[in-house]
Write a protein that binds this ligand. Sequence first.
Ligand code: HEC
Ligand code: HEC
Length: 325
Amino acid sequence: MVSTPPRWLSLVIVAMAALAAACSAPEGTAATVATPRPPRPALPPRPYALAGPLVPATTTMVSAWDVPADPIYDESLDGAPDGEMVRLGFRIFTNTQAEAPHISSGKVSCSNCHLNAGQRERALPLVGVSAAYPEMNRRAERLFTIEDRIIECFMRSENGTEVTQSFPTPESREVTAVKAYLDWLSRGHEKGTNPPWRGKNAIPQDKLIPIAKLDPQRGEVLFLDKCVNCHGSDGQGVAIGDKKAGPLWGPQSWNDGAGAARVYTLAGIIRYAMPYLDPGSLTDEEAQHLAAFITSQSRPSYPFKDRDYVKAGPPADAVYYPSRK
Ligand code: HEC
Ligand code: HEC
């Protein structure tokens, strides 16, 4: 496909190496619960303004390591009752398989989809989201607490059912820790309120193309043109500096019961966050063809799909679900 990397890619690699050296990515700091807080590295000034608490959606990979609220270095968490749980939750979120191996498998961390550790605009940001729960869940057709939501993410987006059939509980250490991190990101947000940046990852209703009209082959052509430099023609991800995109399909990817295994949901992620060097440049239509291509590939099977959408039946874009009509 691409035998020599294009010039922009080597520029990116150089920029990233410099950034990585300056920022020291959280994934690299193998801190344990008992380790004292490392001193905050001197960060270069941001070449962009934050959008409220979030990294703006328009930034490119220069912002890949920017975590505006980073619990590892936040002094106010030193000695706070849940300080170490917040930090553990952050480490699980950004390095899931290493930190939570018995309830996750594959090579995708929470932060692969929720970019900048859940603090990037239009990349499924989670700042303030704890405050919106409990909330009705359409797939389970019942009220969900934030813990329920986190558990589902482990079992589906992290393909946890590959390594265990017994779901973690709200009391499980990993769930409590991730909740502590998400609650910390929601401090100051009034219970029962929706942060304004929530729900902005959807393709507008009037731009949705019926599933049968989407063309995976067109999606593949777009993929080979715009995505393979970082994701590889096999979709398994290429290392760029110390960043690596997660596998978009195959046994190391999210399973077929995950939200990202739905065509329109995946199109919403792609539309506003990718390609990483020019986010927002795809059309609504292109994002949907790309999502149709990615969801035409095989991925691990979530074994309890028959328990989802029991009353309403699976939505049209849940393409891995047998239709129950
Ligand atoms: C310049 C490199 C680059 C390009 C080009 C790029 N991506 Fe990504 N992509 C990444 C990186 C890196 C991540 C992981 C995000 C992170 O950790 O910050 C990612 C994450 C993703 C994710 C979330 C799940 C995962 O596997 O990590 C999807 C879906 C995705 N990209 C799709 C696409 C599509 C579709 C295109 C083409 C339109 C594309 N990307 C182009 C670098 C890129
Ligand atoms: C493959 C991509 C992907 C990965 C990996 C992922 N998520 Fe998500 N997450 C999504 C999508 C897409 C949604 C939007 C809702 C849906 O349709 O599932 C979402 C929604 C959420 C929500 C609810 C947000 C809201 O506004 O209500 C939470 C909380 C969450 N994820 C946490 C996590 C955690 C914790 C992990 C890791 C254990 C994780 N996610 C891993 C894609 C992902």
